[in-house]
Design a protein around this ligand. Structure first.
Ligand code: DC
Length: 208
């Protein structure tokens, strides 16, 4: 069974995808992490993330990078969004995602183009959204809880900019697959969103 979870940053898709993987006993791949590793590797090599050849050169990153806490930062998220517009980068990361999806028993993958490009045949597809304000508030609270002093306005502006780049690019833009179930988590607690996601997936796989 393959479950595809897509949506913009801070929509809750990662938490939901992990919970689905646990519920259905499937391995889970956060595909955003691959783009984050490329973004991070470009910056570390003093390359230009907007230049396709520099970004492509960073696609052979060392897998140890995937465990770096810095990969989860807002700065790396922005770099990831920039390298992800290049078709050559998407192509370079394709094989790894397909191999993960095709493993025996299936998998849960989350990202931006899972339901549309990586796993159009998925048994269940969720498109998880939330308003930009709700997502900025979540990020703001997460950062404050870590002792940082974020600016809400900057956070909101970054989210809006990243949405526009991810949705507006020509190659595999962020958009719901035609057969995806939409899940708007703006007004939901994490627990409620996870419950709803499990219900939607069950309905799909049981053909209701
Ligand atoms: O899900 P995330 O915030 O970790 O993703 C970081 C960036 O990577 C995102 O802004 C766009 C890109 N990305 C993508 O283009 N396709 C994916 N399947 C996953 C992420």
């Amino acid at each position: 069974m393959i479950i595809a979870v897509d949506g913009p940053s801070a929509s809750g898709k990662g938490t939901i995808a992990r919970a689905l993987a646990q519920e259905f006993g499937l391995p889970y791949l956060d595909t955003g992490l691959l783009y984050r590793a490329v973004g991070y590797a470009v910056a570390r090599a003093c390359g230009d993330p907007d230049k396709e050849s520099d970004a492509l050169a960073a696609c052979g990153f060392d897998d140890a990078l995937l465990d770096l806490p810095d990969l989860r930062s807002e700065t790396t998220g922005g770099l990831a969004s920039r390298v992800s517009v290049h078709p050559a980068v998407r192509e370079a990361l394709l094989e790894r995602q397909l191999a993960f999806k095709n493993q025996i028993g299936g998998a849960v993958l989350d990202g931006r183009d899972i339901g549309t490009v990586i796993a159009p045949e998925a048994n269940a597809k969720l498109f998880v959204t939330a308003s930009a304000e709700a997502r900025a508030t979540r990020r703001f609270n997460e950062m404050k809880a870590k002792g940082e002093q974020p600016s809400f306005d900057n956070m909101l502006a970054d989210i809006i900019k990243r949405d526009a780049r991810d949705s507006g690019r020509a190659a595999a833009p962020l958009k719901p697959a035609q057969d995806a179930d939409l899940l708007d988590t703006s007004e939901m607690t994490i627990a409620a969103a996870v419950r709803q996601a499990i219900m939607l997936v069950r309905d799909r796989i049981e053909g209701r």
